[in-house]
Design a protein around this ligand. Structure first.
Ligand code: SF4
Length: 376
């Protein structure tokens, strides 16, 4: 058992019932005490207090503190990015996902030329940050594919990151050498039993390999580490504690990289009919975001088009630092190909409309705030 596994096992979801009892026992006084301390530093007791049911009555105060802290650390800027799906093939059977390999539809992976054409559309909207996304399609889109695609996109994009299947450290190093500077990889759930239930077959059924992936890409010098859980699979409060533990562990070991949190909630997807017992409401989502901000002053907070325009509008002025816009979740979506999407988005506004919303919230929409040349 490695150090990370030990940390997670010691505190959280293997003992989830105990954790839930602890969270319910937290009092308003304990929440208030945590709120009087300097915000921005991780402490498991602080995070527990802020995600506890007792903290619900302090959401307004938490939002005010989170807003001040975000302004101090990130200024008025909100970075914009767009995802580019290159393949909806997948060998896994995640029961919540439209790309599940048991779902019957015409699969599509983009040739390099097709992917570049989609990327050109994204660049023409103004984006200089792009996220390459794929199902677990190692045969069709191997690491070399992403290296070659990156070589063709580097002149157009100042930052290229990936959200793909887990790689070996050596493969991550090749991606980094090709110009990819960040990796997002959600653990989906830190609860081992729940994880096994939702990922019953395919390489993704290996919980530990996935859990160790951020270590591998951080050791390969990636500058951006994206973490998250799929909200809806397990209790969000306990998941937040595990996520916080994971982030604190990574920040300590890989202090040169920036850790970001994403908050993907389950969305309707092709052929997905399962019931989800832990769906997260807007208020709970906001509490989770605020609690993490107040424990991690320098962490990026990412909000995607999975969320409604109304919610994104409210959160942009409080704690969000990065936001997607005009997203397509199907391969070739930007050039009008009719392929199956991973999930349906909620905020369907154009990038221009989202940028206008950011400005009207008193923030600056930043299309480029990083250049790989800085670290060359
Ligand atoms: S969540 Fe990812 S790994 Fe799982 S089926 Fe969907 S694309 Fe494949």
């Amino acid at each position: 058992m490695n150090k990370l596994t030990t940390i997670l096992t010691q505190y959280n979801l293997d003992h989830q019932n105990r954790w839930m009892d602890d969270l319910k026992a937290i009092t308003p006084d304990q929440v208030q005490e945590q709120l009087t301390r300097t915000p921005g530093r991780f402490d498991l007791n602080r995070l527990a207090a802020l995600v506890s049911p007792a903290a619900v009555e302090f959401l307004e105060v938490m939002a005010q503190r989170a807003q001040i802290l975000t302004m101090q650390r990130f200024g008025r800027t909100i970075q914009l990015y767009a995802p580019l799906y290159v393949s909806n093939y997948c060998v896994n059977r995640c029961r919540y996902c439209g790309f599940n390999c048991t779902h019957d539809f015409d699969r599509r992976r983009l040739t390099l030329d097709e992917a570049v054409a989609d990327a050109e559309m994204i660049a023409s909207e103004g984006f200089r940050h792009i996220l390459l996304v794929s199902g677990e399609d190692r045969t069709g889109v191997p690491p070399e594919y992403f290296c070659e695609l990156t070589a063709r996109l580097r002149a157009r994009f100042s930052s290229i990151s990936v959200e793909i299947y887990p790689l070996t450290q050596e493969e991550y190093a090749r991606l980094f050498a090709a110009g990819i500077d960040g990796v997002t990889l959600y653990q989906e759930t830190y609860d081992r039993a729940v994880y096994t239930d939702w990922h019953q077959a395919g390489p993704k059924s290996d919980y530990d390999y996935r859990l160790d992936s951020p270590d591998r890409f951080a050791q390969a010098d990636m500058r951006r580490i994206g973490l998250g859980v799929l909200l809806g699979l397990a209790d969000w409060r306990a998941e937040t504690l595990a996520l916080g533990q994971h982030a604190a562990y990574l920040m300590k070991r890989y202090w040169r990289a920036q850790v970001s949190f994403s908050f993907p909630r389950i969305r309707p997807a092709y052929e997905v009919r399962d019931q989800f017992d832990h769906l997260v409401g807007d208020k709970e989502l906001v509490q989770m975001m605020l609690a993490l901000r107040l424990c991690f002053a320098d962490a990026g907070i990412v909000l995607s088009t999975r969320e409604s325009a109304a919610l994104r509008d409210r959160l942009v002025g409080i704690c969000v630092t990065r936001i997607s816009a005009g997203s397509k979740t199907n391969p070739g979506g930007y050039t009008g190909k009719h392929t199956t999407e991973q999930f349906t988005i909620d905020d369907t506004r154009s990038p221009t409309q989202v940028a206008a919303m950011i400005r009207s919230a008193g923030r600056e929409a930043v299309w480029k705030d990083w250049d790989a040349a800085f670290t060359a």
